[in-house]
Design a protein around this ligand. Structure first.
Ligand SMILES: [Zn+2]
Length: 304
């Protein structure tokens, strides 16, 4: 891997367009290794991780999160990614090893894997009382266009979204992963929006340029050479899971007295595997009994 993951935020065209751009090769390769992703699932989940990383970059608090689920009804099942501030992400897919033949264009068939029959759901949990939940029917299944449609329909924000993951044809190893989101601000003149549309095909070569060894800053400088490029943020996005034993203890307690008693009597222990990082947590009978005690004391007030 020739490029370390990096993300830039900034402005274009006399500050009338904001953008976020990411080079996330290591991030997507980490996901591939953790979940033994097939090539098509590497592309699908990889695109989702890139998008959620960019969306989460500017979250204000450490406890804020954005969760995006694609439930498209395709053979890969559901894809989910969770992002935290700074572009830290984790993700999973129901059927990570699903492989499909290349599509008619000779590309990984992300649409075929994701499906187009369902919807995408976006949960913005901004440490307020109620998380904001947005949902939108899928229009493409290729993920980038679905995000653009979601931003327009749910947030009234027109945008241009590019997400690209290139993998080794045989091993499936990630060669490059890059993404770009452009959003014109309300004061952006129409002719500038036209200029952005005109370089859309150039933008779609971003992951190719990264694959060829160019760094993201260099690629952006070239891409936006005559568009008053201004980089305002530099971040270090990565794939990182925030699971912990304490968090899983709360999950076990939430199972309730009856189910927990059942587990203790039938298995005498519990093994939980984190769906985002595959880390295994083992709880012995004694530990489960202690959690059972907590579940019991927690349930009492409800019975009164
Ligand atoms: Zn985990």
């Amino acid at each position: 891997m020739n490029n370390k993951d990096v993300m830039f935020g900034g402005l274009l065209l006399n500050k009338t367009v904001k953008f976020m751009a990411i080079s996330g090769t290591e991030m997507v390769e980490t996901a591939r290794e953790l979940h033994s992703l097939s090539r098509v699932c590497t592309a699908a989940l990889g695109r989702l991780l890139l998008a959620v990383s960019m969306m989460s970059a500017r979250l204000k608090s450490e406890t804020d999160s954005i969760t995006v689920t694609f439930a498209g009804g395709g053979p890969a099942g559901n894809l989910t990614a969770v992002g935290h501030t700074g572009g830290i992400v984790k993700g999973c897919v129901t059927n990570p090893e699903l492989e499909l033949p290349l599509n008619e264009a000779g590309k990984l068939d992300v649409r075929g894997a994701v499906g187009t029959a369902g919807e995408m759901r976006v949960i913005r949990d901004l440490s307020l009382k109620e998380p904001y939940i947005g949902r939108c029917a899928l229009v493409s299944g290729e993920i980038a266009d679905d995000f653009a449609n979601y931003f327009l329909m749910s947030e009234q924000q027109p945008s241009l979204v590019y997400l690209g993951v290139r993998v080794e044809p045989v091993s499936g190893k990630v060669r490059s992963a890059a993404g770009l989101m452009l959003a014109p601000l309300p004061n952006c003149p129409d002719e500038d929006i036209t200029r952005l549309e005109q370089i859309a095909s150039e933008i779609s070569l971003l992951s190719k340029h990264i694959d060829e060894g160019e760094d993201l800053r260099g690629a952006l400088t070239k891409l936006f050479s005559d568009m008053e490029l201004e980089i305002t943020d530099e971040l270090s996005p990565e794939y990182r899971c925030d699971c912990s034993r304490e968090r899983l203890e709360r999950v076990i307690i939430s199972l309730g007295e009856r189910e927990l008693t059942d587990i203790i009597e039938s298995d005498g222990k519990a093994e939980l595997v984190c769906s985002f990082c595959q880390k295994k947590y083992v709880f012995t009978e004694d530990e489960l009994r202690a959690l059972l005690l907590e579940a019991q004391t927690r349930e009492e007030p409800l019975d009164e």
